[in-house]
Design a protein around this ligand. Structure first.
Ligand SMILES: [Zn+2]
Ligand SMILES: [Zn+2]
Ligand SMILES: [Zn+2]
Length: 95
């Protein structure tokens, strides 16, 4: 989920429902910080606003969070990146 989408995917109702994108409060993975672990990229949950690490990171906290809490959509928390990703639909959208 690190690649940038070429075309926004309009088939996902979760992405369509996002009107205001949540941004990271802190540029760190909330769970990795507790563990003293490293991360690669950060994603911000659009349901609750927590910022967690991506699927390229050893702990994949954003993905685990999405599945265990049922929070479908994350936004990239990387500077300059403006895209959303829906886990259940595997759909990307730019904003
Ligand atoms: Zn969706
Ligand atoms: Zn993490
Ligand atoms: Zn969440």
């Amino acid at each position: 989920m690190s690649k940038r989408p070429a075309v926004p995917d309009r088939s996902c109702a979760h992405l369509r429902a996002i009107t205001t994108v949540r941004h990271p409060r802190r540029r760190e993975c909330a769970e990795c910080v507790k563990l003293g672990a490293q991360w690669v990229h950060l994603r911000t949950c659009q349901e609750c606003g927590v910022t967690l690490c991506c699927d390229s990171s050893p702990n994949r906290h954003a993905s685990k969070h999405a599945h265990s809490f049922g929070h479908p959509v994350v936004a990239s928390a990387e500077p300059g990146e403006r895209w959303l990703y829906c886990y259940p639909d595997d759909a990307y959208g730019e904003y």
